[in-house]
Design a protein. Structure first.
Length: 162
């Protein structure tokens, strides 16, 4: 009798865990894995501090060195392009180069799809922005912040063009 109770308990725990995981994804939970460097990447800590203060030149310098030292790091490329894009006089060729490299390294990188879509709006290329919005729609089956943000940016862009 006791073995049957243990088995029933194990089945109940398994079902509860499965339901929770499914509900998290249905609620728009992130299928993206955590960044490979974890929360204690000193470069990203420094960049986050600089971007919080909107110190784009400082972030650009840190990330330029980081991209040179770690050219296979998609997050560095993404944040480098983002910092350039947010700066006073962005070099959009460099922005697209590094967003594209981030997406080459990590094709399903939702943040890079959002940001490159926003960059395309900056250069009045609505069709390319919508391509990345469509990609996010496929990646975020039940919605995600990146899709919502880019969709809002596209709607604002379209509203200004009318």
């Amino acid at each position: 009798m006791r073995i049957i109770q243990k088995q029933a308990l194990m089945v109940a725990v398994y079902l509860a865990a499965s339901s929770f995981t499914g509900a998290a994804f249905a609620a728009g939970g992130s299928p993206d894995p955590e960044p490979p460097w974890g929360p204690s990447d000193p470069v990203m800590e420094k960049v986050n501090a600089l971007t919080t203060k909107r110190d784009w030149p400082g972030a650009i310098l840190v990330l330029r060195d980081a991209v040179t030292a770690s050219p296979q790091n998609a997050e560095y490329h993404n944040m480098y392009a983002y910092s350039i894009r947010k700066s006073a006089n962005p070099n959009m060729n460099l922005v697209f180069k590094h967003y594209s490299e981030a997406l080459r390294l990590k094709p399903d990188y939702r943040g890079a799809h959002e940001y490159i879509g926003e960059a395309y709006l900056m250069v009045n290329n609505l069709p390319k922005a919508k391509e990345h919005l469509a990609r996010l729609d496929r990646l975020c089956t039940f919605g995600c912040e990146e899709y919502t943000d880019l969709k809002k940016a596209v709607a604002q862009y379209e509203g200004k063009k009318r």
